[in-house]
Design a protein around this ligand. Structure first.
Ligand SMILES: [Zn+2]
Length: 117
């Protein structure tokens, strides 16, 4: 007979073999910890996405499109690895979007900032 241990406190579990925790307190403590970690990951990514969106929004202002250097974007703190979706045009261009604001990579380390209609 194999003895299982509680996922939270690691004490041996008595009784039914499908039990994963010794009691409700251990189950709650475990779930709170796991959910907390997941919420932290989501919160951190959302923070970066919102910041990226804010940067694009500020640079675009009231214009329809703005051409800007990638260096400028980077200096503002833009993180290129974080975006929400891509938009492929019939011309074969791929816009990278952060919510409703997007950019298209151009030559000479420039990009074009746009707002989705
Ligand atoms: Zn336990």
């Amino acid at each position: 007979m194999s003895e299982k241990s509680c996922l939270e406190c690691l004490k041996p579990i008595k009784g039914r073999s499908d039990k994963r925790f010794c009691d409700d307190a251990c189950r709650n403590a475990y779930n709170n910890r796991i959910n907390g970690e997941q919420n932290n990951i989501i919160r951190n990514i959302n923070y970066i996405l919102r910041k990226n969106r804010r940067i694009l929004q500020a640079l675009l202002g009231n214009e329809k499109l703005v051409k800007i250097s990638l260096e400028k974007l980077q200096k503002e703190g833009f993180q290129f690895d974080y975006h929400t979706h891509l938009l492929h045009t019939s011309k074969g261009q791929s816009y990278v979007f952060v919510y409703e604001y997007g950019y298209l990579l151009l030559e000479h380390s420039l990009c074009l900032i746009v707002k989705q209609k």
